[in-house]
Design a binder for this molecule. Structure first.
Ligand code: G3P
Ligand code: MG
Length: 247
């Protein structure tokens, strides 16, 4: 059984403002094997790392991300779920995050946020940036929008991809295999459903489960040998993996 990898969900977002350079650096410090991040497009077509389509929840700005240029987006501060230790956290570009992760050799799960707004050319721009930085072997592309996943494959047939799951669609594991999509990213709750769990574990696909924040789930899923747990608390998952391995 191979070792379960630990991915920091939006970075080490349990401790630092989500999807910021500070949160990604902290995930690396906490010995995460990878980070997960969310990508949207600015008004001037720049790839920016922020979870919501709007600024309101995580920053001191308001309205849609797509209505602001990168320069304007950089004037906002990211404050949500971050202690006051990070008063100057900004919305990073995908380039900034990838350059930081490249230095550390950390894997990156790029989630294309195309479930509500399908930004024109977001796949093309993302794949081009990854190639420019020579990080192809470190990247896993995923999206709740499975058409977006297929668009990535069309641009780069060698890219590692995964279907992100918010529900439990019938036979998605078969479809992934047929489509040559290597991974499934289900929610923790889906892994609590015996028949779904069995279908996913038996599929042989790269299972990366989100968001695994409870220690009981970490122990269970690391014990089951899934490919990765995606957690807001990489340090906790790391500790549990060490305990599991020392047994
Ligand atoms: O990629 C896993 C997870 O991040 C998907 O949900 O809403 O946290 O982006 P969300
Ligand atoms: Mg995400």
């Amino acid at each position: 059984m191979s070792r379960t990898e630990i991915f920091g969900h939006r970075g080490a977002s349990g401790y630092a403002p989500e999807n910021t350079l500070e949160a990604f650096a902290l995930a690396v410090e906490q010995k995460a094997d990878g980070v997960e991040l969310d990508v949207q497009l600015s008004k001037d077509g720049e790839l920016v790392v922020i979870h919501d389509e709007t600024l309101d929840r995580t920053t001191n700005g308001t309205g849609l991300v797509m209505n602001y240029t990168l320069e304007e987006l950089k004037t906002f501060t990211v404050s949500a779920n971050g202690p006051e230790r990070y008063p100057n956290a900004k919305i990073p570009t995908l380039r900034e995050v990838l350059e930081l992760m490249k230095q550390t050799g950390t894997k990156v799960n790029i989630e294309l946020k195309t479930g509500e707004i399908w930004y024109p050319d977001i796949e093309k721009k993302t794949v081009a940036l990854v190639k420019e930085l020579g990080m192809e072997d470190k990247i896993i592309y995923s999206s709740f929008n499975h058409y977006s996943v297929m668009a990535v494959k069309e641009i780069d047939p060698e890219a590692e991809t995964a279907f992100l799951l918010g529900h439990v669609p019938l036979d998605v594991e078969k479809q992934a295999r047929e489509m040559d999509v290597q991974g499934l990213h289900p929610g923790t709750v889906h892994m609590h459903m015996p028949s779904v769990r069995k279908a996913y574990l038996d599929s042989g696909l790269n299972l990366r489960v989100w968001t695994v924040n409870e220690e009981e789930d970490m122990r269970d899923l690391i014990g089951a040998g899934i490919k990765a747990v995606i957690s807001n608390y990489p340090d906790r998952a790391f500790k549990i993996r060490e305990e599991t391995e020392s047994r």
